[in-house]
Design a protein around this ligand. Structure first.
Ligand code: C2O
Ligand code: CU
Ligand code: CU
Length: 515
């Protein structure tokens, strides 16, 4: 099926309003619903799952140090999932119900009972709940600086399917530092969530029910999913009419497995001001921007000199990344078109600040503990390839127990052939460096022999991060402080097919031990 590009305007998600207050704290209600939605001019309506009945869900506008409460409600079909469920993967086994949900605020510094632990799932009307379910209403304290957060489903064993069905949305957290930066705002600030999907002729979502190579399970999880079309804010290849002035875009890769390596057809640069969970120290100008699943970039794009032009945001990231199949230049090689055709409605008084907002930089000397975290291949009981963290499965006992307040360095040792976007809940981390090592020697001996010097992260990766690209054959070192909350939190690959098939581990922040 070939769909014409740039025939639908970009949808802008609505900003959600509170329904009331509890003890002076704003309360929001969000209902997950199955609805039909038009995803392209020439496609019949698609059945999707949306927060408040839209895909992507409404955008939260939140302020640092102003807490809110959210009641997440599942009003989805009770019995059958929209997509093929593999009942052999962790947490999806009977008698667990097929349709389960739990909401995670990605990038949020939240107490465990509001983090959306994968086994804290609940069904329609909370009739059934998972073993870690504790609260119907989540508390988001917002004790962290301004950031581009996003919320999405995280139910154990079916995260890939729930997110693919549509359960994701933006959550913008602002603070006083941001207020003073005089960035483009209002209609000149646009969130863009990029996702890939495939469709059946009748407009329904296509998601494979088994991998290409035969496996003894049906339906079976697939090693990765790459869609044939690219959607932004829930439309296939939309266009956006813009004025010849500066815009601020919040770019989010909300895809299951696909990476994007983006450029503008006009040759103009991205002026990147923020990473996953906060501002860079100063803007970084770059012609190319890579986002793995889960990563975000906060960018300013200046259309001032491009009046009259149609500019395409292109993608040339192979799948799997970085050495898989190339994109099709005419389809997956394109994302969205910007038409610089609107008249300037007034002087552009926004600025590109020379300095942004400061954040606490951690250095090696701050760390009291280092952990080796191998990323390696394995096999499940049906002979299917699985990717493992530490060589362990989700249900194996907890091995990583950072103490509250401690700074740790995690060495992500990627001995697999692909890049994995590794995400830690709860914390904001920094990337220290990446260093090539001898993979074969490592797999045989578990000893790291470096084959080159460490490489510092790209300038546009030097801000606060919660998801990092761990490239094949490299040890990627991240540093973070575990603070504010104790409890169990997941860390995982944000390729959702990997996450659902064992590439996820719990870690536990524990009280400080007495000396
Ligand atoms: Cu965006 Cu644990 O996920
Ligand atoms: Cu997260
Ligand atoms: Cu992965």
């Amino acid at each position: 099926m070939s769909l014409e590009k740039y025939v639908d305007p970009l949808p802008l998600p609505e900003v959600i309003e509170p329904v009331g207050q509890v003890n002076g704290v704003d309360l929001y209600k969000v209902v997950m619903k199955q609805v039909e939605q038009k995803l392209h001019r020439d496609l019949p309506k698609t059945t999707v799952w949306g927060y408040n009945g839209v895909f992507p869900g409404p955008t939260f506008e939140a302020r640092t140090n102003v807490p809110i409460k959210v009641k997440w409600i599942n009003d989805l079909p009770v019995d059958n999932h929209l997509l093929p469920v593999d009942k052999t993967v962790h947490g999806a086994e009977p008698p667990n119900p097929e349709v389960r949900t739990v909401v995670h605020l990605h990038g949020g510094n939240n107490p465990m009972d509001s983090d959306g632990y994968p086994e804290a799932w609940f069904t329609n009307s909370f009739k059934q709940v998972g073993p870690f379910f504790t609260a119907k209403i989540y508390n988001y304290p917002h004790i962290q600086p301004a950031a581009t957060l996003w919320y999405h489903d995280h139910a154990i064993g079916i995260t890939r399917l729930n997110v693919y069905a549509g359960l994701a949305g933006f959550y913008l957290l602002r603070d006083e530092c941001e207020d003073q930066l005089n960035l483009p705002r209002g209609r000149y600030e646009v969130p863009l969530v990029i996702q890939d999907r495939s469709f059946n002729e009748d407009g329904s979502f296509f998601y494979p029910s088994q991998p290409d190579e035969p496996v003894p399970v049906f339906p079976s999880i697939v090693p990765e999913f790459f869609g044939e079309t690219i959607l932004v804010n829930g439309k296939v290849w939309p266009f956006l009419e813009v004025e010849p002035r500066k815009y601020r875009f919040r770019l989010l890769n909300g895809s299951n497995s696909r990476f994007y390596r983006m450029r503008f057809s006009s040759g103009q640069p991205f002026i990147q001001i923020g990473t996953d969970v906060g501002f860079l120290e100063k803007p970084v100008i770059t012609n190319e921007l890579i986002l793995g699943p889960g990563e975000r970039a906060d960018v300013i794009i200046n259309f001032t000199d491009f009046a009259g032009q149609h500019i395409v945001l292109t993608n040339d990231a192979p799948s799997p990344f970085p050495d898989g199949d190339p994109v099709e230049p005419n389809t997956t090689g394109q994302i969205i078109q910007f038409r610089v055709v609107l008249p300037l409605s007034g002087t552009d008084t926004s600025s590109i600040p020379t300095k942004l907002c400061a954040f606490e930089k951690l250095t090696e000397g701050d760390a009291t503990r280092r952990r080796n975290q191998p990323l390696i291949e394995g096999e499940d009981e049906f002979g299917r390839l699985i990717l493992l963290l530490e060589g362990l499965r989700w249900s194996d006992s907890v091995t990583d127990k950072p103490e509250l307040g401690d700074v740790e360095i995690w060495n992500l040792i990627n001995a697999t052939p692909d890049t994995h976007p590794i995400h830690l809940h709860l914390v904001r981390f920094q990337i220290l460096d990446r260093r090539p090592f001898d993979v074969e020697h490592y797999l045989a001996t578990r000893e790291i022999v470096y084959t080159g010097p460490p490489v510092t992260p790209d300038p546009n990766e030097r801000g606060p991060k919660d998801t990092v690209r761990a490239n094949p054959g490299e040890v990627t070192r991240i540093i973070t402080r575990f603070e504010d909350f104790t409890g169990l939190y997941p860390w995982h690959c944000h390729i959702l097919e990997h996450e659902d098939h064992e590439m996820m581990r719990p870690y536990e922040v524990v009280e400080e031990m007495e000396e």
